[in-house]
Design a protein around this ligand. Structure first.
Ligand code: ZN
Length: 140
C-alpha cells in the first residue's frame, strides 16, 4: 500500500478514533505498530508469503469473526489492525507478549492471532471495517 493511500485512510479513521501523535512511515513490506513511537509502518509491496497470508486471513476472519472481506482489501484490514494496536493499547505486558510469541511454533498463524493483543487488534479492525469499509473504498 502506498503511503498516500494509508494517509487517506488514516485521515478518515481519525474522525472516529483518537490518533493523536500517531506517525506513519513507508517500509518495503509488512504492516507494523511501534508503541513507543506511536508509529505505523506501511508495507509498499507484497511478496508471495504475504499473498498466502492474505488468503489464510480471509478464511480466518470469516470463521473467527463471521466477517467477510475480499483478499484485495486485506491491506486495508492490515492498516486498521495496526490502528487497533494503538487504540486498544497493551493487553499483555511486553514480557508476556514476548513469551507468548516465543511459544508459538514457527508459522502457526492461528496461534499468533490468538495472542490477546493480536486478537483485540483484529477485533477492532473487524468492527471498524464492518461500519466503514464502504466509505473508505469510496475515498480510494
Ligand atoms: Zn498485530
Amino acid at each position: 500500500m502506498k503511503l498516500s493511500t494509508a494517509k487517506t485512510i488514516l485521515k478518515y479513521t481519525k474522525e472516529y478514533v483518537d490518533l493523536t501523535g500517531v506517525r506513519v512511515a513507508q517500509v518495503k513490506n509488512g504492516f507494523y505498530y511501534f508503541p513507543a513511537e506511536r508509529g505505523i509502518a506501511v508495507g509498499l509491496e507484497k511478496d508471495h508469503e504475504d499473498e498466502l497470508w492474505e488468503e489464510w486471513m480471509v478464511e480466518y476472519l470469516k470463521d473467527e469473526f463471521d466477517f467477510e472481506i475480499k483478499k484485495e482489501h486485506m491491506e486495508i484490514f492490515s492498516l486498521l489492525h495496526e490502528v487497533g494496536h494503538h487504540v486498544v493499547g497493551d493487553v499483555c505486558t511486553p514480557e508476556e507478549y514476548h513469551m507468548l510469541t516465543n511459544q508459538i511454533d514457527e508459522g502457526d498463524l492461528y496461534e499468533y492471532r490468538q495472542i490477546p493483543d493480536e486478537y483485540q487488534a483484529d477485533k477492532f479492525a473487524v468492527k471498524f471495517l464492518c461500519e466503514h469499509l464502504e466509505a473508505i473504498l469510496e475515498l480510494l
